[in-house]
Design a binder for this molecule. Structure first.
Ligand code: ATP
Ligand code: MG
Length: 566
């Protein structure tokens, strides 16, 4: 790709470009995204989706969605559906190329028969434990199974009877006959088929033998004519086996496996097993809990697909594993929302403010910008009246130095409205807490009226008490208290680092009336507070529920600091 091209480039795209130039695969580019339907997709999968679909788009090729559904006990239709929803939401389209490894079970079986006939596979009757024992270690060669020398006829007979259901789980396996002394453990006669009497979510009880990943994956790639089979680094040592399977099965299309580093993110976990545990053990409210890094969770949190795609593009593709800062993901989210999210005013912890000299019953409609970043988003009118709510935090009875918000005797500007001065407070007789602030306003200071050039240091947001809508707001924070919860942390389980304050629910919030009927998933900037979205599940016509998507400024640096000083 040329220097001026703004599209990403990396070692994989370079390989693909060279292959296209050299006319390999007839110049075709065909990739696939191959999830196993045993969980929900997470942000790590987004990296793989963006890579596979992105490369296909850039090179005028195709990308398939293929379910790698060879393990019936852990997979389900629920996951098949959610994965499709998530890939679409992220903005990618597999068109008519939705495939399942289980569609190839008969073909895969025939390939296994071919290997047996060539003397390249045999039925082994050692127990799983014995097979492990015979396998040897990195420093010691393995030992050949006594069943390795079975005749082709005997192997064909046993394999057919495995398929026919004559044996119990684990009684036999089909293994490739490669090299028990290979320095690569994956080549020490790896298992190709195991017996598993389990109902498959698509093939039902048709099969009781299932192919392993190492056998099914290269062949599925080849059957679909995949040119570049992109996978994560842990499969690097499997590549010789990938190639062995394709060579020995004498396939027409020898797909090429290329490995890249998986995405890791701070303050979260990206392992399906751990995510499943968090959900099943009730540490979060479900797969779409806004604290999870699942695509469903990020979506419910208010992430846009554009922000996720930009993030994936930015982090790029590398050959070395690394951990990306959560702050970076949030940076791309803020950047996107800053451009697109309309501004509104909302008060999360309300304190009543009464303007003593404002006429009772009077209402003014004030003009407010929907997005100063984008004047084309227009303006709206917000009602102003004698009684307002402001944020409790914006008033202090005994203000510290440089507190430019409201305090007895002090002036502040009410956003889009007037300058007010605090003249009195009302306290709760029992607790002494300030429950109401009394002010006077200066009618000559209305914003945008051109009358007043008078300036004060602080501006605060507010809503009209009479017009405001009640709302619930859920404030989310990091799910874990340490940057690397999934790694070995002095032997402590990752669950012991769960953040007990990852969710705070505020039920007496007040939002401006323009939010009436706000659509599920719509996103707003609550002025001075952050970005929020309408919860798609719990919000309704009569009940507004918002999730805090992200604060206005990066707060991760601060978290790091408090971690260090602990
Ligand atoms: P498991 O956690 O069980 O190993 P997995 O995360 O690999 O599963 P798959 O459904 O097999 O889940 O993944 C589908 C594709 O997404 C694979 O090609 C895999 O390499 C890729 N992928 C998974 N996790 C990441 C990640 N963190 N970063 C980049 N790619 C990933
Ligand atoms: Mg996997």
């Amino acid at each position: 790709m040329s220097e001026t091209d703004s599209r990403p480039t990396d070692f994989i795209r370079e390989i693909v470009a060279q292959d296209v130039k050299a006319g390999k695969y007839g110049g075709r580019v065909h990739t696939r995204f191959p999830p196993e339907p045993n969980g929900y997709l997470h942000i790590g999968h987004a990296k793989s989706i963006c890579l596979n679909f992105g490369i296909a788009q850039e090179f005028g090729g195709l990308c398939n969605l293929r379910f790698d559904d060879t393990n019936p006990t852990k997979e389900s239709e629920e996951y098949v559906q959610s994965i499709q929803r998530d890939v679409k939401w992220l903005g990618f389209d597999w068109e008519d190329r939705l495939f399942y490894a289980s569609d190839y079970f008969e073909q895969l079986y025939q390939f296994a028969v071919l290997l047996i006939k060539k003397g390249k596979a045999y039925v082994d009757s050692l127990s799983a434990e014995e097979i492990r024992h015979y396998r040897g270690t990195l420093t010691e060669p393995g030992k050949e199974s006594p069943y390795r020398s079975r005749s082709v006829e005997e192997n064909l007979d046993l394999f057919a009877r495995m398929r026919a259901g004559e044996f119990r789980d684990g009684e036999h396996v089909l293994r490739a006959k490669i090299d028990m002394a290979s320095p690569n453990l994956n080549l020490r006669d790896p298992t190709l088929y195991r017996i598993r009497h389990a109902t498959h979510h698509r093939t039902g009880d048709t099969w009781c033998i299932y192919p392993t990943y190492d056998f099914a994956h290269p062949l599925s790639d080849s059957i679909e004519g995949i040119t570049h089979s992109l996978c994560t680094l842990e499969f690097e040592d499997h590549r010789p086996l990938y190639d062995w399977v394709l060579t020995e099965c004498e396939v027409a299309c020898h797909s090429q496996q290329i490995e890249f580093a998986r995405l890791n993110l701070t303050y979260t976990v990206l392992s399906k097993r751990k995510l499943l545990e968090l959900v099943e053990e009730g540490h979060v409210a479900g797969w779409n809990d806004p604290r999870l890094p699942t695509l469903m969770g990020l979506r419910r949190r208010g992430y846009t697909p554009e922000a996720i795609r930009r993030f994936c593009e930015h982090i790029g593709i590398a050959k070395r594993d690394s951990v990306v800062e959560m702050g970076l993901l949030e940076h791309f989210l803020r950047e996107d929302l800053n451009r697109r999210a309309p501004r509104v005013m909302a008060v999360l912890r309300p304190l009543r403010l009464v303007i003593d000299n404002y006429p009772e019953g009077q209402v003014e409609e004030l003009d407010a910008m929907n997005n100063p970043e984008d004047p084309s988003m227009g303006t709206r009118r917000i009602p102003f009246s004698r009684e307002l709510y402001i944020e409790q935090d914006d008033f202090r009875e005994d203000p510290p130095p440089k507190f430019y918000r409201l305090a007895p005797g002090q002036e502040v500007r009410l956003r889009y409205a007037y300058i007010v001065r605090c003249v009195d407070v009302v306290k709760d007789p029992h607790t002494g807490a300030v429950v109401e602030v009394h002010c006077t306003y200066d009618p000559a200071t209305r914003s945008g009226s051109g009358q007043s050039q008078r300036k004060v240091k602080g501006t605060i947001h507010w809503v009209s008490a009479l017009h405001a809508l009640p709302a619930e707001v859920r404030l989310y924070d990091a799910l874990f208290t340490v940057p690397h919860p999934g790694e070995e942390n002095e032997g402590r389980d990752y669950r012991s680092f769960l953040n007990p304050r990852s969710l705070e629910i505020l039920t007496s919030c007040k939002v401006e009336p323009s939010l009436k009927g706000a659509a599920p998933e719509s996103r707003f900037q609550f002025e001075r507070l952050g970005y929020f979205c309408v919860d798609a599940f719990d919000s309704s016509e009569n009940r507004l529920v918002f999730n805090r998507t992200v604060a206005l400024r990066d707060s991760w640096a601060k978290i790091e600091k408090t971690q260090q000083t602990r």
